[in-house]
Design a protein around this ligand. Structure first.
Ligand code: SF4
Ligand code: SF4
Length: 669
């Protein structure tokens, strides 16, 4: 009669879990349409193989990654034991057809069972070492549902122990499908303890442990449906519909902002949970609360209230709390800011993308944050007061500092050659438009960077011209701030200028300008061939058009977020530094794991009054390398790091652009 108990438990659990699962599916489907999510079977298959089956991102963190890999694959392989368990409910001598008596299968099952137990031990140690009660904000599990996590670890342990237990009882009674094989090493070892208890006792134990195994598996199914372990079911879908190759570079959406198409009813951004797209809602229910994003977030790790994990968890709670409104149109959802997301949380983000880079289930935090910012700026006119000035400057003067077009060519003073300024169309014999950027044109340290870049390009015989007073801010800070309207206005004006000048190739030395021109202008009709100056300099050096001298300097390179993580240009700036002859040393966090300078997301023009300053944290990391030069490849980073190095009292350390590093080492022709 044990099959009756087993089936009752199973149908009961399937009913509870199924009901919850369907409720979640309906909630996700209540999100706004997003028709650009399907990218074909090929990319989806590749993503499933690398991200889900291969656990690529998880394995970057070796110990927890391997433990998760073993658990995930252990559970997958052990699904066959679930078939065996249900078969055994009906017949004590059941075996899986064809392979069910093969000794190798007994070995594989035991191996993975023991592997999962070992992985659980690793997880337990990690959780104890990372205990939020002890380490507070430093723990990546701070704010996660740790009780539920321990419950799940205990349940997985119970699944494996009851599995080995009933197999050992079967072994002792002679009902083990694999006979008395030695290959079932764990089962056999346990059976040596249990066999002396006699056949009768083992027969009873087999029933008890088998039913316990089925009950724990079904209990686990229910817990999965009601906890963060929902990611087991949701992650493959979230990965399938994620932005590829990653949710970095351009923002996900470019809303229609044409004034002629707008009406009083037009809404922008995300103000309530129901205004997120279905994919963004799927993100929320997929979060595993692993805290990888939190542990790398420059805002969180410098004491700000923003944690990408807690942001996602808060939005998920809001989603579940708003179910009645979303599914039954019963009332209105609460405004997300400030009810669910504190304004300080929203405005602390530098859009550095470290969270997106780390998230093992491909959650797209930056897009969600900017969507909420768009609502705050465009619908509520609510944003940090100090940001109003730079937005006004952008609108009126075309640059965040409000210095105006007349200052755009000041950086050319002192150069010993003329920089052609485009008047009309770009001359046929000029290869590149050099996009100077606001920081390059208007800030002293930015000017030093573009002067150096211009001198090096001139020396290598690269022909370039500039727009001079016709160049305006690309609109990047307005866009990251949430002012999509202003961004598109500025972008359209720039595109008109570039197109009427017949510009085809652009070199940019600002990582933010590069990202916007290369990745975001195409959506608005601006299509250009973009190179970052690190790429161009690396090319000139590798082809011998630029020669170098020698250098006794030691350089550490800071990867600008919008050059590295957002645009995957890690090697080019390093190639330039290497060519300079300087010795280079890496910071503790570099390349994909680089730590932000604190300027992105329009943070450059906002007060940083909470916690420690992001740029100080990064500068300390740079200074810890002992290098005499901190190099970057973006004027925003240069300004932030230069300020920080000086405030650390290290006037002996230079903060230079890679162009300045190479110029310093240039041999006389
Ligand atoms: S983009 Fe950077 S600052 Fe913003 S939440 Fe992610 S890690 Fe934190
Ligand atoms: S958002 Fe991603 S990285 Fe952050 S806690 Fe959730 S699953 Fe982990």
């Amino acid at each position: 009669m044990r099959w009756i108990v087993g089936l009752l438990v199973t149908f009961g659990a399937l009913g509870v879990a199924g009901r919850r699962g369907w409720w979640i599916v309906r909630l996700v489907r209540s999100g706004q349409p997003d028709t650009r999510r399907w990218r074909g079977w090929g990319p989806v298959a590749r993503a499933e193989v690398t991200e889900v089956a291969g656990q690529r991102k998880l394995l970057r963190w070796t110990v927890p990654g391997v433990a998760h890999f073993v658990t995930m694959w252990g559970f997958t392989v052990l699904l066959i034991t679930v078939v065996e368990a249900y078969g055994a409910l009906f017949s004590r001598t059941f075996h899986v057809p064809f392979i069910g008596r093969e000794p190798w299968l007994a070995f594989v099952e035991d191996l993975f069972a023991v592997g999962v137990l070992a992985a659980l031990l690793v997880f337990a140690v990690i959780r104890l070492r990372q205990s939020p009660a002890r380490r507070e904000r430093e723990s990546r599990f701070y704010g996660s549902h740790t009780g539920a996590a321990w419950l799940v670890l205990a349940m997985i342990g119970a699944v494996i122990l009851t599995l080995l237990g009933y197999r050992a009882a079967q072994y002792s009674t002679g009902d083990f499908p694999f006979g008395s094989t030695r290959w079932a090493f764990a089962t056999r070892a346990l059976a040596t303890v249990m066999s002396p208890w006699g056949r009768g006792a083992n027969s009873v134990l087999e029933t008890v442990l088998l039913l316990a195994n089925v009950t724990v598996i079904m209990g686990f199914l229910v817990v999965v449906a009601y906890s963060k372990h929902l990611h087991i079911a949701a992650a493959p879908f979230n990965v399938a519909f994620a932005r590829r190759p990653r949710a970095l570079g351009p923002l996900a959406t470019t809303p229609h902002m044409n004034p002629e198409e707008l009406s009083e009813d037009s809404t922008f951004g995300v103000g309530t949970i129901g205004e997120f797209s279905w994919k963004q809602l799927l993100d929320l229910v997929t979060c595993t609360e692993c805290g990888r994003c939190q542990s790398v977030c420059p805002a969180w790790t410098t004491g700000k209230p923003l944690s990408p994990k807690l942001l996602v968890m808060g939005l998920r709670d809001s989603l579940f709390a708003s179910a009645d409104q979303l599914l039954n149109s019963n009332g209105e959802s609460a405004a997300l800011v400030p009810n669910v997301i504190d304004p300080d949380v929203l405005w602390s983000c530098t859009t550095c993308g470290a969270c997106v880079e780390q998230c093992p289930v491909d959650i797209e935090h930056v897009d969600a944050i900017v969507d909420m910012r768009r609502h705050q700026v465009l619908m509520e006119s609510e944003f940090p007061s100090e940001a109003a000035l730079f937005l006004r400057n952008l609108e009126n003067q075309g640059d965040p500092w409000g210095l105006g077009a007349s200052q755009r060519l000041a950086w050319t003073e002192g150069l010993d050659f003329d920089v052609p300024v485009i008047d009309g169309r770009i001359p046929d014999d000029v290869e590149y438009l050099y996009w100077i950027g606001c920081a390059g044109a208007l800030d002293d340290r930015g000017r030093a960077q573009v002067q150096s870049t211009a001198r090096v390009l001139h020396r290598a015989g690269v022909s370039f011209a500039v727009l001079g007073p016709k160049e305006r801010c690309t609109g990047d800070p307005a866009r990251r701030m949430g002012n999509e309207y202003l961004f598109q206005e500025m972008a359209r004006a720039n595109i008109e200028t570039l197109d009427s000048a017949g510009v085809k190739k652009i070199v940019a030395s600002c990582a933010h300008c590069f990202n916007t021109l290369a990745n975001e202008y195409p959506e608005l009709g601006g299509h250009y061939e973009l190179v970052h100056h690190s790429e161009l300099l690396a090319h000139l050096l590798s082809t011998g058009r630029l020669s170098t001298g020698s250098s006794t300097s030691s350089v550490t390179f800071h990867d600008p977020c919008y050059l590295g993580r957002h645009n995957r240009k890690f090697d080019e700036p390093r190639a330039v530094i290497e060519a300079s002859g300087a010795s280079s040393t890496e910071m503790a966090r570099s390349r994909e794991q680089s730590f932000c300078c604190g300027a992105g997301g329009a943070r450059m023009w906002m007060e940083e009054s909470l916690g420690t300053r992001v740029n100080i944290t990064r500068a300390r990391e740079a200074l810890a390398t002992g290098a005499d030069t901190v190099a970057a490849a973006c004027p925003f980073c240069l300004i932030m790091l230069d300020d920080a190095v000086k405030s650390e009292g290290r006037e002996d350390v230079s903060v230079l652009d890679i162009a300045q590093v190479i110029e310093r080492s240039l041999s006389e022709p």
